[in-house]
Design a protein around this ligand. Structure first.
Ligand code: F6R
Length: 241
């Protein structure tokens, strides 16, 4: 692991941006694996700012997102497709055709999982961005997920649904019960991994990922087996290291 500890979230987002920009500007057709959640928002804002101010182009960039809810229409306000457009893609010049998010309202979810994995085979992911759950999850791969998994469906844990209820309650809707996620083996194929985590509530997970045993009980611990991982954490998330 290359571990960078920052004073605060702004510095974390700045450092993460430097790593991301290096990949984007050093390749002619960069392939990015992307994540949703609160952790990458500052990084995404830096990418948009850099595009607007310095003209860094995303015309030749291809992206694959980690995961998506099952059962919501794509343009629903709470899909990860919508999240990515609102927080990143709408601010860049990336062509629609280059953006990949699992299709959670497909008629045939099993076929969609296979199609997504197949599509990724044609592109080697240059950098996969990850957040980490307080229980060590990556993507929607919760503790106990096999390290061999490819893109697959998961039944969401009650805790995860409760954590996300705040986004659905105002709509008078229930949190979806299932999702599609890249598997652990899918994530491990990326050439480089960039994981960002901030806040004390991530400290145990960050410790288990870096210092704990490599075990399916902590999905992120699999990253100890990857040759190129950069972890950027603020002081809170680094406090147990
Ligand atoms: C997001 C994802 C999740 C999050 C994780 C951390 O696409 O797959 O694994 O990265 O739940 O979420 P935040 O950043 O909101 O703490």
């Amino acid at each position: 692991f290359k571990i960078i500890v920052t004073e605060n979230y702004d510095e974390l987002s700045e450092k993460a941006f430097e790593v991301m920009k290096e990949v984007i500007t050093s390749k002619s057709n960069p392939v990015l694996g992307l994540a949703t959640g609160s952790s990458p928002i500052g990084l995404y804002q830096n990418m948009i700012k850099d595009h607007k101010e310095n003209g860094t182009s995303y015309k030749n960039v291809v992206t694959f997102n980690l995961d998506e809810y099952i059962g919501l229409k794509r343009d629903h306000s709470q899909t990860y497709w919508t999240f990515m457009h609102e927080n990143l893609f709408n601010g860049l010049d990336i062509p629609d055709a280059n953006v990949h998010v699992p299709v959670g309202d497909s008629d045939n979810i099993q076929a969609e999982c296979e199609k997504y994995e197949e599509a990724m085979k044609n592109f080697e992911v240059d950098i996969q961005l990850l957040g980490i759950g307080a229980n060590g999850h990556i993507g929607f791969n919760e503790p106990g997920t096999s390290f061999d998994t490819l893109t697959h469906t998961v039944v969401l844990k009650e805790k995860t649904r409760q954590d996300n209820a705040r986004f659905f309650d105002p709509l008078g809707e229930e949190v979806p019960t299932e999702a599609i996620t890249m598997g652990i083996a899918t994530i491990m194929k990326a050439k480089k991994i960039l994981l960002v985590a901030n806040g004390k509530n991530k400290a145990d997970a960050v410790y288990a990922m870096i210092k704990g045993p490599v075990t399916e009980e902590c999905p992120a611990s699999v990253l100890q087996n990857h040759p190129d991982v950069t972890v950027i954490v603020d002081r809170g998330a680094a406090s147990k290291l």
